[in-house]
Design a protein around this ligand. Structure first.
Ligand code: IMP
Length: 427
């Protein structure tokens, strides 16, 4: 029963796509279990670059079954575009399976995402405006529409009509904007249903059977711990649960089925959107990280804020997701910086805080406590083993592991599949 959950350990964008792609080689199935097309993965295979938002990156291997689990919210138009994009690049997508229980993002969710954000003015969350929050709101309010409902025109039509009765009132009377015509939405979405029908499955059963057969399952998380609805920097979070526990709910399995949890953690820290970020750099070192790390969102193209590695965050991730190991990504981006800083705690007044605080007011008042380590200038992108790395890089990694209390299994030294050092085989 070898099952590995892979999660983002910071604010998302840790380079999960590359590690998933790498681990997918040994997995039999790859499962997405939360989030939607707010996520974005860039994977480089040979000379080809792939940008994926919804479909697990395991799809790049012809023999893997890829699953979009019940915990994901699906924009069918985006999914179809992604299927076509992959087909154009010569990738076979017949092995995709979509949970009948996954919820569907509707056009009114996207518009609501926009008008709610606009209404917040300076207090906006900075969402990706993909309708993610409103789709999960409807799921929790028990008025959402699931994939299985989309596939049944009668059920779907009834649900769209009852939803629009309420939503159109909101649009016209509260947000002073246009509503939606139910028949037009039903027609548009019925075409999507016809295109996607063949992928529908009870995916919990598929995954369970694979685990019972002793085959390998890789669960691919989206976003990261600090965007978790419960454990993140609320309210500047997404509306799903990027922490490892969500793999069970979002795939339909019990916690006893999970063997290992790997935290994907960037060698520094980045964040898109609003909210406090203690180690944020607004100087030359920050510009170095942004430029060298190509720190622009895959989904929205927005520049990411950059800062030093924060061990308060990595320890928090280790605890809330029960990490068994870490993958440290983008180590090569640090090459060329004379001195590296690692945040080991936060100072607030006379107090030193070691655990990530719940209050954003407290977090905004926190000053990072740093320790410094020498950097390196040698090119590390061709390193094949840990011992090939300069001593300063080895020391830096060892310190990250020590401060987090978790061993390192994987190190990323470049964007290609081959630029990955493996210290521990996870499957
Ligand atoms: P939403 O998920 O579109 O509702 O956005 C909520 C917050 O999560 C915003 O700050 C987004 O920038 C952030 N966010 C959502 N998905 C990602 C991601 O994949 N990477 C990084 N940030 C994300």
């Amino acid at each position: 029963m070898p099952s590995v959950v892979l999660i983002g350990g910071q604010w998302g964008d840790e380079g999960k796509g590359k590690v998933t792609d790498f681990l997918a080689e040994k997995a039999d199935i790859v499962v997405r279990y939360q989030g939607g097309n707010n996520a974005g993965h860039t994977v480089v295979v040979g000379e080809k670059e792939f940008k994926l938002h919804l479909i697990p990156s395991g799809i790049l291997y012809a023999d893997k079954t890829c699953i979009i689990g019940n915990g994901v919210v699906i924009d069918p138009a985006v999914l179809i575009q992604e299927l076509e994009y992959l087909a154009e690049k010569g990738i076979n997508t017949d092995n995709l399976r979509i949970s009948e229980r996954a919820h569907i993002i509707m056009p009114y969710h996207k518009r609501l995402d926009e008008v709610i954000e606009e209404g917040k003015g300076a207090g906006k969350i900075g969402t990706t405006k993909r309708g993610i929050g409103p789709a999960y709101m409807d799921k929790a309010a028990r008025v959402g529409i699931r994939f299985v409902d989309l596939l049944d025109k009668e059920v779907f039509s009834t649900l769209v009509k009852s939803n629009l009765e309420e939503k159109n009132m909101l649009f016209t009377k509260i947000y002073d904007t246009e509503g939606f015509d139910a028949d037009a939405v039903i027609e548009e979405y019925t075409a999507y249903a016809d295109r996607l029908r063949k992928y529908a499955a009870d995916t919990s059963i598929l995954i369970y059977d694979v685990l019972q057969a002793g085959d390998n399952v890789l669960f691919e998380g989206a976003q990261g711990t600090l965007l978790d609805l419960d454990h993140g920097t609320y309210p500047y979070v997404t509306s799903s649960h990027p922490i490892a526990g969500a793999a069970c709910i979002g795939a339909g399995l019990g916690p006893t089925e999970i063997n290992k949890v790997i935290g994907i953690i960037k060698a520094y820290t980045t964040r898109v959107g609003e909210g406090p970020f203690p180690t944020e750099l607004e100087n030359e070192a920050g510009q170095h990280l942004a430029a060298k790390g190509h720190e622009f969102g895959t989904t929205t193209g927005r520049p990411r804020r950059c800062g030093w590695f924060d061990a308060v965050i990595s320890r928090y991730t280790a605890r809330t997701s029960g990490l068994t190991s870490m993958a440290i990504t983008k180590l090569d981006v640090l090459t060329g910086l004379d001195t590296l800083r690692i945040c080991t705690g936060y100072k607030r007044g006379n107090e030193v805080i070691r655990d990530f605080p719940a209050s954003l007011k407290v977090l905004a008042e926190c000053e990072p406590v740093y320790e410094e380590m020498p950097g390196w200038t040698e090119d590390i992108t061709n390193a094949a083993r840990f011992d090939d790395l300069p001593e300063a890089a080895q020391n830096y990694l060892n310190r990250l592991s020590q401060l987090t209390g978790v061993p390192i299994a994987i190190i990323g030294v470049g964007s290609r599949r081959s630029q990955t050092l493996i210290l521990d085989n996870l499957f």
